[in-house]
Design a binder for this molecule. Sequence first.
Ligand SMILES: Cc1cc2nc3c(=O)[nH]c(=O)nc-3n(C[C@H](O)[C@H](O)[C@H](O)COP(=O)(O)O)c2cc1C
Length: 158
Amino acid sequence: MVGADELRAAMRRFPAGVAVVTVALDDERFGITVASLVSLSLEPPLVGISIGLQSSIHEPLRRARRFAVNVLAGDQGGLAQHFARSGLPPLVAWTGIALRESALAEPLLEGALAWLECATQAEYEAGDHTIFVGSVESVELGRDEDGLAYARSDYHSV
Ligand SMILES: Cc1cc2nc3c(=O)[nH]c(=O)nc-3n(C[C@H](O)[C@H](O)[C@H](O)COP(=O)(O)O)c2cc1C
């Protein structure tokens, strides 16, 4: 069987866009950096994200049944790193993070290229991850600039 390191080494050569998924639940906010965002369907509008079972956002995401996607800009590598950090207490995770004013419960990151508001339509078990399929209820566009990609273990503006 192919090992995790072997697969990781191959996938490191696959440049992927970077987004931060945010969730609000019981007056707490959560965020996670993802490269697994995929556009699944246009009619109806569906996106997918794959979230590790061990991730601290996994259970809140399941319970909230809603999430927001912040599509990061090429100059937001620092934010991506921040939300990829393990073990940050929820309060600390949001200290000093600039948020966009919004009527949504989910935090929206200032300066992102686009924001998607999603209602979870389906969840699929996928090994040590769960694939969440989100029905996109609204879309807002931000700056029209280069996006953030992750490849060869580093961030690139593309
Ligand atoms: C560029 C990049 C992309 C990532 N994509 C995903 C992803 O799609 N799904 C996921 O579960 N974790 C992904 N991660 C890892 C999570 O961001 C990280 O494990 C999580 O934020 C750790 O926080 P926690 O331990 O509090 O859950 C990615 C990390 C990086 C740096």
